[in-house]
Design a protein around this ligand. Sequence first.
Ligand SMILES: [Zn+2]
Length: 259
Amino acid sequence: MFYDTHAHLNADQFKNQVTEIIEEARENQVNVINVVGFNRKTNALANQIALKYENVYASAGFHPADISQFDESDFETLESYLKQNITVAVGECGLDYYWHKETKNKQIEYFKRQIELSKQYKKPLIIHVRDAIADSYEVLKEASRHGHLKGVMHCFSGTPEMAKRFLDLGLYISLGGPVTFKNAKIPKEVAKVIPLDRLLVETDCPFLAPHPYRGKLNKPAYVPIIAREIANLKKVSLEEIAYYTTDNGKKLFLTNYKD
Ligand SMILES: [Zn+2]
């Protein structure tokens, strides 16, 4: 069994085909899926999709690349999601200076507030970082001084050294399609150093389809392709990767889940 810990079945690309996509995932032993929200519309859709399908869960948060669209009133809506059992995580949240350096201050403020909500509601963070790894580490390190951090560095693209620093903060590391790309030296090195009990897998679909589907529509059914590459790199069996990543995902996201 596999757990796709980061899928955007709430994206426009999957409109009117969510049922088929989930069925295809199950045929490929991908039985548990987190549908990750990133803005107003997709937070609402993640909630709807997760309520409709078995073993499908939602997250809700403010993505740093969309930060300009949010204001105070969105925190109320966010909390209304976090009060629901079906919402198992806060995010995606984090920092993204690749798309929007000009909103840096607001990104940092909203990231910190989402970290506080994660602690308050005891729901882990799904953390997105792009071209902002040093600032993200500083914010998380500071937050870890005032209470236990729970969360995952999603689709981690930093170096093995940085991965270790985030692991030291108690966070999980999740890998996706890029680990299968032929020229992706760094993600492959990262895969080798993450301990099995701190590793998660994800697709981040509809983006970042693994090789040989690179550039095409990504979907949860491709998780085993990513897991197989990680198994080869770590020189362990595919079954071990399936077992550990599913178990880790359940521990992180579903420990407090009640039907
Ligand atoms: Zn995502």
